[in-house]
Write a protein that binds this ligand. Sequence first.
Ligand code: ATR
Length: 272
Amino acid sequence: MQPDQYAVMGHPIAHSQSPRIHALFAIQTGQNLEYRAILVEPGGFAAAARAFRDAGGKGLNVTVPFKQDAWVFADVLSARAERAGAVNTLSFESTGARGDNTDGPGLVRDLKVNHGCALGGRRILLLGAGGAARGVLQPLLAEQPAQLVIANRTAGKAAELALRFGDLGSVSGCGFADLAGRSFDLIINATAAGLNDAAPPLPDGVLAADGWCYDLMYGREPTAFVRWGRERGATQSLDGLGMLVEQAAEAFHRWRGVCPETKPVIAALRSG
Ligand code: ATR
């Protein structure tokens, strides 16, 4: 039988790890599928997604810069995707294109299950107020932290985002300098500062004595924010490779109805 077809669409896409991750999941679970990376030009997402679906494609992952386009494209949205305003997983079903966002659940699973980091009752600081931050807010708030503060270079955007999610828990927004004198048990970096190999400018003391750091970005070498956490004695300072694999597992489960094991896949990616 022909393998079922899946793909990830983005721009750029050449360095995406998703084909490797899904190929490892497929081998592990004995699923008959093919998964490839498709480069889509800006403005071309809807046409590319439609063409893929019309050719028999079963599902798509969507990455930068098309997550909002995928949100618009979906016929039906999960509650968390609806809130996030972004879709990273599309399932082509007989009833239409179902959109979900598995980024936030991926982050929460990596923290809680893979690393044993409790989130309930903790003081969480989320850095950034763009698409990446919005994608993880609802699942983080569902863990019922004592407080969740969003800090952003442009303070107004953090305040706006906090307002939008305020019905889900204790969440507020501010600028980086407003964090002086406060400290947090977990600091999550969802800014794009790492693209310049920099950590956001945070006041001293913002990381609690036994605090954790988590960077949504990952790389071969420790990211600038992971280094920032280590330099300040974080109990753990983690990059986002585990989240990447966990969000893929959640998508795979949605598509195939089976849960792949993530630990061996994370280990395989870590070793190159
Ligand atoms: P993404 O989808 O990756 O979240 P985005 O929506 O463009 O991308 O958002 C980028 C985020 O990184 C924003 O919060 C941005 O801050 P502003 O809202 O002030 O632009 C943040 N950011 C980008 N470069 C940064 C830097 N050098 N230092 C701190 N924050 C930065």
